[in-house]
Design a protein around this ligand. Structure first.
Ligand SMILES: Cc1ncc(COP(=O)(O)O)c(C=O)c1O
Length: 382
């Protein structure tokens, strides 16, 4: 039996993943009504990659077309590459700020390295979360900066904002990932605002990096960008990535938004790389294609609901995710589960201390991939 998109959502709503799989599961989606976009499963060497929170669908059709149509001899001229300044201006316009408030980078990774190098030192600690994305922490460790890692709240698995604010006093940099990787949790605009205001009041020299790499996957009303606070406080800045909902991890584009003095300090502490002209035109197109991003968010939401329902049906709990990954409480070490999945040609997430004895992160693939993956999860957890 084939399922329509509507009947799929309805079935997930009933909560029986077993019945869902038996009757049909995630059907191959015929077309994106918005853009006639055909989703394709992307396998690498026959291994399904559910380990790095990349996009299984890649860029949208308009972005793909923009890349194709710019593959001309013009790429021979690139030391002042076309479209890079235009990308910066597009982002500035899109957020209602000036180009001085935007810096580009080759993925958002270099921004996290630059931030830790600019604002942490042997006498200036990094405040981070356990677990969260670790680039800032790895950099702080490398340069000998003290690390204050505040464990997530064990009941909600959300970032412990209270504990982080206390730890922030006298620190060089607070790294706050919202939504958080790997837990998938988000914090409301009110919670983020009072956290930022408290830290800036109690520790006025501490910089704060709000990493919004997954913001496009968050549910309506669950969160808002911290950009207004970045425009209010010179110490606060946000980072974004084209690697997630925009499906461009392989094209390496990220950016930071904030005040010039802070962004200059980040970019002079570490090379941001040069965004190339094809990546720039792709990013402009992807940023402007709001319809596709909304489709991508919806697609991810439905797929994630299907997978969460399957785990819940097996008796496992998952913190409410606003990202393209879930952090499943398996109640046993992630390694055994990961090895068993790999025997079935599926890669799932690495260990995330301090939860490696209980939780595993699984990135969401395409509909087709997750239908197969859920069968494997059922088999290896049986
Ligand atoms: C929270 C978070 N921030 C930043 C990054 C870096 O991504 P990129 O360098 O591709 O923008 C990642 C990648 O997984 C991430 O999960």
């Amino acid at each position: 039996m084939k399922m329509t998109r509507r009947s799929f959502v309805g079935t997930v709503g009933l909560g029986s993943a077993a019945g869902l799989l038996a009757s049909a599961g995630l059907t191959s989606k015929k077309a994106n009504a918005a853009s006639s976009y055909e989703a394709e499963a992307v396998y690498d060497g026959g291994i399904m990659q559910l380990n790095q929170n990349e996009s299984a669908r890649g860029p949208g059709p308009k972005t793909m077309e923009a890349i194709r149509s710019h593959v001309t001899r013009r790429v021979g001229r690139g030391y002042a590459p076309d479209h890079v300044n235009e990308l910066r201006a597009t982002l500035a316009d899109g957020y209602g700020v000036t180009t001085d408030n935007v810096i580009l980078s080759t993925g958002s990774g270099p921004l996290l390295v630059g931030a830790a190098r600019a604002f942490c030192s042997e006498s200036k600690a990094l405040v981070t979360t356990g677990p969260t994305y670790t680039t800032a922490e790895q950099t702080a460790r490398l340069i000998g900066a003290p690390i204050r890692s505040i464990q997530v709240d064990s009941s909600t698995m959300g970032v412990n904002l209270e504990g982080s604010a206390e730890a922030a006093v006298g620190a060089g940099l607070v790294y706050f990932c919202n939504p958080n990787n790997p837990t998938g949790t988000v914090h409301s605009p009110e919670a983020v605002e009072s956290f930022i205001r408290r830290v800036q009041r109690e520790s006025p020299n501490t910089k704060m990096l709000i990493d919004e790499a997954y913001i496009n996957y968050a549910a309506d009303d669950a969160m808002q960008t911290a950009l207004p606070l970045a425009m209010e406080f010179e110490n606060v800045f946000i980072t974004r990535s084209f690697s997630k909902a925009h499906g461009m991890a392989g094209l390496r584009v990220g950016y930071a938004l904030g005040q010039k003095a802070t962004l200059d300090a980040v970019s002079s502490a570490w090379g941001m790389g040069d965004v190339n002209m094809l990546s720039a035109i792709a990013a402009i197109t992807a940023f402007n294609d709001k319809e596709h991003i909304e489709w991508e968010r919806q697609e991810n939401t439905e797929i994630r609901a299907f997978v969460v329902a399957a785990f819940n049906d097996m008796g496992y709990e998952i913190p409410n995710s606003h990202t393209n990954h879930i952090f499943v409480n398996l109640g046993k070490p992630a390694k055994g589960f990961r090895d068993a999945c790999l025997e079935n040609k599926i890669l799932v997430g690495r260990d995330f201390p301090p939860f490696e004895q209980t939780h595993c992160r699984i990135s969401m693939g395409s509909r087709e991939e997750m239908q197969k993956a859920v069968e494997v999860f059922r088999k290896v957890l049986a």
